[in-house]
Write a protein that binds this ligand. Sequence first.
Ligand code: HEM
Length: 464
Amino acid sequence: MSLYDHDGYNIVMPPSPPQTNYPPGPRGYPLLGVLPQMWSEPLRFFQDAAATYGRVVRINFGSRNAFLLTDPAAIKYVLVDNNANYRKSSTVPIVAQVLGRGLATNEGESWLSQRRLMQPAFHRQQIARLGEPITTEAAALGEQWRAKVKAGEPVNMQTEMMRLTLRLVLKLLFGHDVQGEEDRLGQAWTVVLQEFNRRSWSLVQIPDSWPTPANRRFHRALTLLNETVYQLIDARRGRSQSHNDLLDLLLHAQDAETGHKMSDQQLRDEIMTLFLAGHETTANALSWTWYLLAQHPDTLTQLQAELQQVLQGRLPTVTDLPHLPYTRAVVDESLRLYPPFWLIYRAPYQPDKIGGYPLRTHDMVFISPYLMHRHPTYWPSPEQFQPERFSPEQAKSYSPYVYFPFGAGPHLCIGNNLALMETQLILATLAPQVHPTLLTDQPIQPEAGVTLRPRRGVGMRLGE
Ligand code: HEM
């Protein structure tokens, strides 16, 4: 039975099995299910499960089950066609503690109203204003690199990119209001982020109220951030002067139908969400891109040739980006191999049926851009880094349920244009001046937590 014809993809769902059955999947232990296998190497575990059991796989967690989907039709069904039946399930308390009811955690009518309110701020024309601060900040890092290049000093590219995107997200959100405060706020965010990653992806949850050193550090950092964000909102509300930043765009955002504007609490939640969603993802995308470029000097040479031809040694601007198709292809291919947001979760409000299998309300759905981006059915030589796959003509041919680094459907990443602009501008600013080489010839393994980061960073020399 052909379920969907999407963009020329004729997708055939498996025949319906008996109604009461779960889909096939790896056997687990009593009570814990497959948790022990999954936790040690989630990427390998999911890839093996999909290769062995097919397009809809039961992931048994003992008390709960998830359906792992690698069928584009089923992915479209959950993320788009029947998306109203699915919430972004997270039961980990730290998520609500840090993000409140920001876009990434909000649901239903309240989410829709916030999304409508914020969408215009992320329109391509609006975010184009943010191009200049991005290039300036990247060029400042380039200056710092010059001495390191000369001295042959090694750097951890992931730390460099985290620092850069952290400074950038502060600048993009608050403009000049946080000048001189970047390091203090950056450190607080790093503490919150570490704890966020640890608790979101940890088997054992230590209660938040226990006065452990980690909990105390986390609370101190979160209090500092909350106080700062509220002070910034308060100060800005009293001023009429306009700023080139996201806080301004969000403060003035108004629902065209209802005239509704955001309260301070909503603004705080959205700012924390944008900070979290927009900073580590972009840093990881860039770190992986440098890693791939260091492994593929021919690609770097081609990238530098394009930059030289178009920019002639000057700094890039947003208007240059359409003339840099190879730079874009490098970013797209890097996002294919290492999608920073590697796993999308959903849980149904009402029982549903996927691939003929009944999905209960306490079950979850897992959709992994990482798995789909490396699926041998859809990609020739899926493990190879080949930016040519994303030439402007080719790029259009991929199904959005096979290549979707920014998700799909109504919850599509609101920052996708910003992220693409940021990664391309940073690359175009810094790539002409370096020839990175890796410190080790061992492959760098991805660590799959909330985001996909390079395990132990990316050690490299920048080279002249
Ligand atoms: C390379 C960088 C990025 C990647 C790979 C990425 C990926 C994603 C993905 C896959 C989703 C969908 C999650 C789901 O369906 O459950 C998402 C949602 C989101 N992203 Fe991004 N993102 C990136 C950068 C950014 C940036 C720069 C911002 C903003 C500054 C941002 C803000 C958000 C928000 C607010 C959501 C929730 C949207 C909603 O549910 O309405 N992201 N992102």
